[in-house]
Structure formats: structure tokens, C-alpha cells
Design a binder for this molecule. Structure first.
Ligand code: PRP
Length: 214
């Protein structure tokens, strides 16, 4: 019976998160990983992993279906869930930015049309600036919106900058930085204190080992 269930965000941070967790003693076999199974146990049998969409990680952890999760700060800023965040992981480093078509100015526009996967974050950002904004929520490929005239700008993640560049967009403003976080359910933190503390300590060691390699 696994001691802890860990929800891992599928996609951009999954490979680095699993590599770090493996260093911390939670090793998923390559055979298991190459399957399409969305829930599996690590080799020690102490951990169960579930692989879910990034925005669903906080939901599974808040409801206690998963005790812990690994997810980007961007997702946590957008989520309204109440989770503990005991550890920042130095993986999936990226920026949350406002971007628009290269050479265009957002000055002088009345109501700004903003396409994004982060509606709360975007609304809070422009709200804090006192800038009227219509938030247009999309699920992905957000860079298309200014190109096709759906929006004046986007709020999105930038990692290498390649997607912006290849779609004729440029960064206008950095809203914040994001890396992956370990999140923990509040009840699990108390009721499974020893197992959670062991995982956090092992991840801290793994994180230090990886940063020494850089
Ligand atoms: C993210 C983000 C950008 C891209 C940025 O999308 O929304 O589109 O990555 O990365 P880059 O700066 O390295 O080019 P993701 O790959 O998560 O897919 P999505 O657009 O379907 O959400």
C-alpha cells in the first residue's frame, strides 16, 4: 500500500519532475512510464503517481485524492485552491508575460482584448494597472490570437521565446517568474507527517545535487 500519492503535471515539467523524484527515491520504471497508464506505483511501492493536466493538480491535492503534487507556480497563481507549498523546485523555469505582435503598441487602445489561459492572473494584472481589459479565455495555442485579430495581446508563459518569435510576437512586460513547486494537502501534512517530511527532505537533497551538476 503506497504511503503517499503524488500528482504530477503532464507536459512541460513532467520529465524533469520525474527525474528529480527518482533522485529522491521515487523511481518509476521506464516500462511503466512508456505505458498509457495514468496512475502507477514507483519501484519501492511507497509512492503512487497520478498524471493529470497541470490545472487539475491543485484540485486533486486540495481534495486529498493526492497527498502531494508537482506543478508550476503559474498554475498555482491561477488556481484558487488552498494548498501548502513547502518547496520550490528549480525546474520548469519560465516567465509569465504580456506579449503582442512585434512593433505594435498597446498604448492608446481603450479596452484591451487579452487572450490567455490565465484569466484570473491576467484580470488581476490589468486591474492593478487600472487598465480596462476584456479577457478572452483560451485553452492553448494562445499565440495565434493576436496574429488572427482575436486579441490585442496575450498573457502566457515564455520559456525559450521560440513560440513568440516564430509567430511574430514580442514580450511587452514580464508579470512574474514561474518554477515548479511541491504542493501538499493540508490534512496529509498533519496525518502523514513522517512520510511527507521524508519526501521533502529527499527532494531538497536531490535539488541540491542537480544544482551542483549545473
Ligand atoms: C507553452 C506556452 C507557450 C509555449 C512557450 O505552451 O503557452 O505557448 O509553451 O514556450 P517557448 O517560449 O519555449 O516557446 P504549451 O507547450 O504548454 O502548450 P499550449 O500552447 O497547448 O498550452
Amino acid at each position: 500500500m503506497p504511503e503517499l500519492t503524488i500528482a504530477v503535471a503532464k507536459g512541460r515539467l513532467q520529465a524533469d519532475a520525474l527525474a528529480l523524484l527518482a533522485r529522491a527515491g521515487a523511481v518509476v520504471s521506464s516500462a511503466a512510464l512508456s505505458s498509457r497508464r495514468l496512475a502507477l506505483e514507483d519501484e519501492s511501492g511507497r509512492y503512487r503517481f497520478i498524471f493529470v493536466k497541470p490545472s487539475d493538480v491543485p484540485v486533486y491535492v486540495e481534495h486529498g485524492i493526492a497527498d502531494c503534487g508537482v506543478v508550476g507556480r503559474d498554475v498555482l497563481l491561477e488556481s484558487e485552491t488552498d494548498l501548502l507549498q513547502p518547496l520550490t523546485l528549480d525546474i520548469a523555469r519560465c516567465r509569465i508575460v504580456v506579449a503582442a505582435r512585434t512593433g505594435t503598441s498597446l498604448r492608446g487602445l481603450g479596452m484591451l482584448r487579452v487572450a490567455t489561459k490565465y484569466p484570473r492572473l491576467a484580470a488581476a494584472h490589468f486591474g492593478a494597472q487600472g487598465r480596462p481589459a476584456e479577457i478572452i479565455e483560451l485553452s492553448g495555442s494562445v499565440e495565434l490570437a493576436p496574429v488572427l485579430g482575436l486579441a490585442d495581446c496575450i498573457v502566457d508563459l515564455v520559456e525559450t521565446g521560440a513560440t513568440l518569435l516564430e509567430n511574430g510576437l514580442e514580450e511587452i512586460e514580464v508579470i512574474g517568474e514561474s518554477t515548479a513547486r511541491l504542493v501538499v494537502n493540508r490534512a496529509s501534512y498533519q496525518l502523514k507527517a513522517a512520510a511527507v517530511a521524508t519526501l521533502i527532505a529527499a527532494l531538497e537533497v536531490a535539488k541540491a545535487q542537480v544544482s551542483n551538476l549545473d
